[in-house]
Design a protein around this ligand. Structure first.
Ligand code: FUL
Length: 460
């Protein structure tokens, strides 16, 4: 056959074994309940807000006082509505960033909103509003603390656990806990008691995923919204090493822009050649954290850096549509609101995201493929202008597809290849740019055992 459709996973599988004990070892690695839930809600937002919002800094100096937090009110309703309009399903709030200032009235420090001009508990205001608007709420609590004198001693681990306990008991359900690996290069050497932190999260919020310096969600490795060509979720367990994550994280206030660039270090995290050398494997999907603006915190000088909806949408396609989750940072301003430029971009982003699946041509649930499904042909009832194809693996059975091709059938009946892909995973979104076609063909070239495809959808 001309397009070589017969050369597929059921015939030579690109020369790789289709089954066998090694393949069994890879496909036995699957997500747990929390990770499965996360994959169903793959887009949520970060909110960097705190002392740095008031001082227009990214990290601050650690010697700020509660008086420096000059913000007097916030409009939590506007925050949550603006995020919701963008299609996101949750918000992770920086309850305490590296400067140490707490957005809630912690019983374990004086350095919080309770001693500032602000009346109220910002964590409560945001988490309550999230619940009101049916959005998930998550917490960011920076392990590195420039302000607290206990940092560097055992007492700090107790302090951190006490704060974590407050956040995980007083604010309802928490969907994600974000432990940042960033730390100033000249900060005192200190070993965080990660096991104790993780145990606490598991006990107090059993449904929460722990991200970055945590076992459930992997940092994609840059802050510029870039992903690898093949984003694997089955990877060596060594990637969960918190020390490694910390080494690659931000180490100075000025370094932020360098981290926005993509580094090709560790480009291949999960191909067979990597997995075969590693005895221990885990399910560790990537999260893409990126800011809508240049910085993580609001600064009026950066109003001109708000990314366009189109740019944000491309980031969405490259992350959510590339087997990752997206954590888009939207920092409220020192006026306590999300700036109108960001609000506008978010609204448009929401419309672009819903446009992907608005006009289905055909959606098929496939399940486990068999010998007869080396390639699958689709016939549409009339000529369509196809704009997107969305393919999902049923990740309860791991991540199996390693290579696939997508063809469209042109109105003259000829096939044309429109995409050459590698992994699929939880979701692959392929933009086709409105090409005219009367059908399509999905050819899986390489797989780990029989592919299990939850669905394939074609959209105008
Ligand atoms: C980094 C931090 O240093 C930044 O300030 C920001 O919070 C970002 C999400 O993580 O490592």
């Amino acid at each position: 056959m001309k397009n070589n459709f017969n050369n597929n996973w059921t015939t030579n599988n690109n020369g790789y074994p289709l089954n066998g004990s090694e393949v069994e070892r890879y496909i036995s690695v699957t997500p747990d309940e929390n990770q499965l839930r996360l994959a169903c809600k793959p887009y949520y937002c970060f909110m960097h807000f705190g002392m740095n919002t008031a001082t227009a800094r990214e990290w601050g100096a650690g010697n700020e006082t509660p008086d420096d937090f000059t913000i007097k009110s916030i409009n939590a309703k506007q925050w949550v509505s603006a995020i919701k309009a963008s299609g996101a399903t949750g918000i992770i709030l920086t309850c305490k960033h590296h400067d140490g200032f707490c957005l809630w009235e912690s019983a374990y420090t004086d350095f919080s909103v309770k001693n500032s001009a602000f009346q109220g508990d910002i964590v409560k205001m945001v988490s309550d509003e999230c619940r009101r608007q049916n959005m998930d709420f998550g917490v960011y609590l920076s392990p590195w603390d420039m302000h607290d004198k206990r940092y560097g001693t055992d007492a700090y681990n107790d302090y951190f656990c006490n704060q974590l306990t407050e956040l995980l008991t007083n604010y309802g359900e928490v969907f994600e806990v974000w432990f940042d690996g960033a730390k100033g290069s000249n900060a005192v050497k200190f070993e965080y008691d990660w096991d104790r932190y993780f145990e606490l999260v598991h006990r107090l919020q059993p449904n929460a995923n722990i991200a970055i310096c945590g076992p459930d969600i992997r940092w994609v490795g840059n802050e510029g919204g870039k992903t690898r060509k093949s984003e694997y979720s089955v990877v060596p367990s060594a990637l969960r090493d918190t020390e490694k994550t910390m080494k690659e994280s931000q180490q100075s206030e000025e370094q932020a822009s360098a981290l926005q660039k993509y580094s090709s270090t560790d480009e291949d995290l999960g191909s067979r050649s990597v997995l075969e050398k590693n005895a221990h494997l885990c399910w560790y999907p990537a999260e893409v954290d990126v800011s809508i603006r240049r910085g993580w915190f609001y600064s009026k000088n950066e109003n001109i850096t708000v990314k366009s909806a189109k740019k944000l949408f491309n980031i969405y396609i490259d992350s959510v549509g590339n087997n990752c989750t997206l954590l888009l940072n939207v920092p409220p301003s020192d006026k306590g609101v999300i700036h109108h430029k960001d609000v506008k971009a978010l609204e448009k982003l929401g419309r672009l995201i819903s446009s992907v699946t608005e006009k289905p041509i055909m959606i098929q649930k496939l399940g486990e493929l068999t010998e007869d499904n080396g390639y699958i042909e689709y016939r549409f009832d009339s000529v369509k202008k196809m704009r997107y194809v969305v393919i999902e693996e049923d990740i309860r059975y791991s991540q199996r597809v390693e290579a696939f091709d997508l063809y469209i059938k042109k109105p003259d009946g000829k096939y044309k290849q429109v995409y050459k892909g590698t992994v699929i995973g939880s979701k692959k979104i392929i933009p086709i740019k409105g090409k005219k076609c009367i059908g399509a063909c999905f050819v899986i070239r390489q797989s780990r055992s029989n592919p299990v495809i939850k669905s394939i959808g074609f959209y105008e």
